[in-house]
Design a protein around this ligand. Sequence first.
Ligand SMILES: Cc1cc2nc3c(=O)[nH]c(=O)nc-3n(C[C@H](O)[C@H](O)[C@H](O)COP(=O)(O)OP(=O)(O)OC[C@H]3O[C@@H](n4cnc5c(N)ncnc54)[C@H](O)[C@@H]3O)c2cc1C
Length: 386
Amino acid sequence: MNQAERLRTVEDFVRQELIGQETALDSLADAPLPLYKSFMDTGLANWWLPEQYGGQAVSLEDSVRMVSALSYGDAGAAFSLFMTVLATSMVNLYGSPELKQKYLPGLVAHPGFCATLGSEHEAGSELGRMTTTVRREGDELVLDGKKAFSTNTGFARFVVVIARSADDPGDYLAIVVPRDTPGLVVEKRWDVIGVRSSATYEVSLRNCRVPADHALKGNGLRLLEIGLNASRILIATTALGIARRVRDLCMDYAATKQVKGAPLEDNAVFAGRLGQFEMQIEVMTRQCLAAAREWDEIAARPDAAQEFYRRGTLKSALAAKMFCGQTGFQIAAAASEMFGGMGYTHDSIIGKLLRDVRYVSIIEGGDDVLRELVYNRYVLPAANRG
Ligand SMILES: Cc1cc2nc3c(=O)[nH]c(=O)nc-3n(C[C@H](O)[C@H](O)[C@H](O)COP(=O)(O)OP(=O)(O)OC[C@H]3O[C@@H](n4cnc5c(N)ncnc54)[C@H](O)[C@@H]3O)c2cc1C
């Protein structure tokens, strides 16, 4: 499939499976939802995976276009369908050839999911305080701990767990753990307030044993930071898809709504608001594409793994997530007011879009945390950085 065909396939899927299904998508139906399989049956499962593993090697820039189209239909579905990118990027860049061969081709040949287990209740965003540990016993790694949130784990093939080394508490590892490993227990699915067609779980690890070669190469916290570059850009893109949908809903509404004896679409206040939305959507689009292009340029280098490791978190990815999360929420909030009382009911989908877009500013680091990260990494003079 070329990119034009891929985009057409995504748009057909959005029309057939998502548009008009908002009540069902918002109902926290049992996961995995049948629509995940419908999407994977289109041949686009985990579309970014390299060709050597059977994937389509789609660039992150083209992935932004696909995720914008998907999240125009439903951000939760888009989120579950691309979130595998976080774990697969870490495995692809820092796994041994044997590990990659063992875990990546299966995600395309028999389309499925993987997940990342990083966050913990006590540590919060100070991941260095995490209490999940990994210790070496003979030829095995043994994991113990509890992870607060992990998307897709309930039906994943494998997970990547970030854990503190029990043998060297200053060190952290990223370890591939098959989902059916004894001791890996899904405690519950969270009743989230938005993106409810995705599925996020609390998970325990009790004496979970995997072969020692299942650790990725490098410091686990650094690898997580690197994996988050791609997923943060795509999460930002879901705010863009939602904002485009909100704009179009406002235009439909304004064609029928009368104000002062004329259609709302002829009203100067409405025109000003929609002009503002369009300007914001343009900047969101350009930031997501630019951040993705920067990621693609690094990924294309022969020393991509080393270069990502040297650079860690990319400013462009942080800026995309913060800007799109804040702007998408502003747009959805302004639109919900525009719909009047109906905008505050479940009879209009604007409330769902407002709840959906909120996740962008919360997950993979809330804005307070990311602002501090940008300050420490990119504002402070190099000599003063921690
Ligand atoms: C739908 C959903 C899906 C998720 N999926 C995954 C997943 O797949 N894998 C995974 O590992 N995690 C996942 N998460 C977890 C998510 O990434 C975290 O919830 C998020 O990063 C916020 O971290 P926290 O919950 O620990 O909150 P905290 O870090 O405790 O932050 C709470 C608040 O404390 C304040 N705060 C914290 N640190 C600072 C600081 N340095 N400076 C100033 N204020 C600060 C801020 O106001 C912040 O918003 C998911 C969460 C949700 C809701």
